[in-house]
Design a protein around this ligand. Structure first.
Ligand SMILES: [Zn+2]
Length: 167
């Protein structure tokens, strides 16, 4: 296990479409572990394999810091099988740290995929967690939140943070 470097926009790996894994093997499990470890070491609530330069369909989400009790979700080959409603939410991304944007997403989704143990699971999610899942699944198709901006007016530059506090 290792904390990986998170690729920054416009690194071309962030635009790659990943192919589904045939199953859960040693490589998938290793990438899933690195993804989780890197996510917990970062200020984000989700991370996708292309962001750590692994072109596999694996993502992790844990919105517990913003939504206590949510817990960790790690999925291989995640797929949104049903969705309903819409909402607009201010999103950010560890690969585009200087900006946020108001993005339209589904309000409720059902996601199916494989766990790192190879079990097939179906997860019903809504609210902030559903948005995080949609954001991370987008990464697996080379889609960044800035690709979903409907108007330049919905893009915002973050206030400059004191970088000395970060390592
Ligand atoms: Zn992101």
């Amino acid at each position: 296990m290792a904390i990986k470097k998170i690729l920054q926009y416009p690194n071309p790996a962030l635009k790659k479409i990943t192919l589904p894994s045939k199953g859960v093997g040693v490589e998938e499990r290793l990438v899933a572990k690195d993804l989780v470890e890197t996510m917990y070491a970062s200020p984000g609530v989700g991370l996708a394999a292309p962001q750590i330069n692994e072109l596999l369909r694996i993502m992790a989400v844990d919105v517990t810091p913003k939504n206590p009790g949510s817990g960790l979700i790690v999925l291989i080959n995640p797929e949104i099988t049903t969705h309903s409603g819409e909402r607009i939410f201010r999103e950010g991304c560890l690969s585009i740290p200087e900006y946020t944007a108001d993005i339209r997403r589904f309000e409720k989704i059902t996601v199916s995929g494989l766990t790192p143990n190879g079990e097939r699971v179906t997860i019903n999610s809504d609210g902030f967690e559903a948005i995080a899942l949609q954001h991370e699944i987008d990464h697996l198709d080379g889609i960044l939140f800035i690709d979903r901006i409907e108007s330049i007016r919905s893009l915002f530059k973050r206030k400059i943070k004191d970088k000395k506090k970060k390592k």
